[in-house]
Write a new protein. Structure first.
Length: 408
């Protein structure tokens, strides 16, 4: 996967610098060509001679080579790199990157890098937790840098925190995944260029009191997979996310709006739909919410039973269906019985152009799984049932169908 890829490995001065040698070896083993750039401090922790031997290239550190006076061009390095990995990245290096303080070759190379940059922070746990570091990391994230989160450990206070650099294997894997995604994107059909798609995903939570809610087990996996798929096909994608699984990620460039309740989701979806060509309601919206939300935590007291009064939530899909004009609207149906009839009547009632049915009778389909088995119905009377697939592959089938709708 990394054969012939050009990687600039930036090493700054942390105790984890010795792990950079292992990372370098792994990258070379996977077929990459690696050029090391080291900060003056980095050299205190690992010798350039070791790194030069492993990479087969002289290590770059100074703007001028001491013996020949030859100018090392960070611009050339920045252009050469298909990926720049900074591991370990100290608090100081992260701070300089975030603020453009270009006082060494590593930072100037970073500022000249044209392709993706990936950072593996390594520092004392308290330094990582400091608001200053967190602010700088956030800046890097916003600038499009991939952060390989450090590992957990114990703080001086005994509490757990993060800071230890991720293992070389995991960093190399993150690099491979980056190249894999890139390749996937470039091999995708670009059939959604110029289309704007808004996708809702995950559950909604309806507050009972300040600490409790009514929710459901939806993870948001299907909606996120679909969002990534549409983005890879060239669409402009917005995700309206309920409280989804924290580990789910969206490809860079997808707009994300976080909401909690059905009401919040309704207003976000209505706003976005007006600016979109397609809306996909992949969220598992809570059907009911408590009539009143208690202002303070409901006490247990001596009651053996309590009654919660619930009121119906707005049907978001139906609300969008009423205002859709020439836009397209897609819904999901999760059914346990009379699957086809229910799906079809929902499509009609909510004025959808397409509905994706998951039957809970099928093993591996529906919520909380990595797989799904679907049937796609369209309003012109066609239906197509697909075999059990990963949610990623299911997303591609749904995207094909959406693309078909848009082509009409
Ligand atoms: O009626 P049912 O909940 O089965 O319909 C499912 C479809 O309707 C899904 O696309 C879901 O996102 C959407 N829905 C909604 N608002 C609700 C309930 C469901 O948009 N309150």
């Amino acid at each position: 996967m990394m054969k012939g890829k050009h990687i600039v490995l930036g090493i700054s001065g942390g105790i984890a610098a010795y792990k950079a040698a292992m990372l370098l070896r792994l990258l070379i083993k996977k077929g990459a060509e690696v050029q090391v750039v080291i900060t003056p401090n980095g050299k205190e922790f690992i010798t350039p001679a070791t790194l030069a031997a492993l990479s087969g290239k002289p290590v770059v550190s100074e703007f001028f080579a001491a013996n020949t006076g030859e100018w090392h061009s960070h611009v050339d390095l920045g252009l050469w790199a298909d990926l720049m990995i900074i591991a370990p990245a100290t608090a100081s290096t992260i701070g300089k990157m975030a603020n453009g303080i270009a006082d060494n070759m590593l930072i100037t190379t970073y500022l000249s890098a044209k392709e993706q940059v990936m950072v593996a922070p390594a520092m004392d746990l308290d330094m990582w937790a400091h608001p200053s570091t967190q602010r700088n990391v956030e800046t890097l994230r916003r600038d499009g840098v991939i952060i390989v989160e450090p590992q957990a450990g114990f703080l001086a206070s005994g509490l757990t925190g993060k800071g230890r650099m991720e293992e070389p294997e995991a960093i190399a894997e993150a690099a491979e995944e980056y190249f894999r995604n890139l390749e996937e994107t470039s091999s995708k059909k670009m059939d959604m260029i110029g289309k704007r798609i808004v996708i809702s995903a995950g559950p909604t939570y309806e507050s009972i009191d300040p600490v409790r809610f009514i929710g459901n087990y939806s993870s948001g996996k299907m909606g996120f997979a679909l969002a990534n798929e549409c983005k890879q096909r060239g669409a402009e994608v917005t995700v309206v996310a309920g409280p989804v699984d924290k580990n789910l990620t969206l490809i860079d460039g997808i707009k994300r709006i976080d909401v909690i309740s059905a009401h919040e989701m309704l207003s976000a979806m209505e706003n976005e739909f007006d600016e979109s060509d397609v809306a996909v309601m992949a969220a598992a919206v809570a059907d009911y919410r408590p009539v009143e939300v208690a202002e303070s935590k409901i006490k247990r007291e001596n009651r053996d039973e309590i009654t919660l009064r619930l009121v119906k939530n707005p049907d978001i899909a139906a609300a969008l269906g009423k205002r859709k004009e020439n836009r397209k609207l897609i819904g999901f149906a999760l059914e346990t019985d009379h699957e086809f009839e229910n799906a079809l009547s929902k499509m009609q009632r909510k004025n959808l152009d397409m509905i994706v049915l998951n039957s809970l009778r099928d093993k591996g389909a529906g919520m909380m799984t990595d797989t799904n088995k679907i049937t796609i119905f369209t309003s012109d009377g066609t239906d197509r049932t697909f075999p059990l697939k990963s949610k990623k592959d299911v997303a591609a089938d749904i995207a094909d169908a959406i693309s078909g709708l848009l082509g009409r």
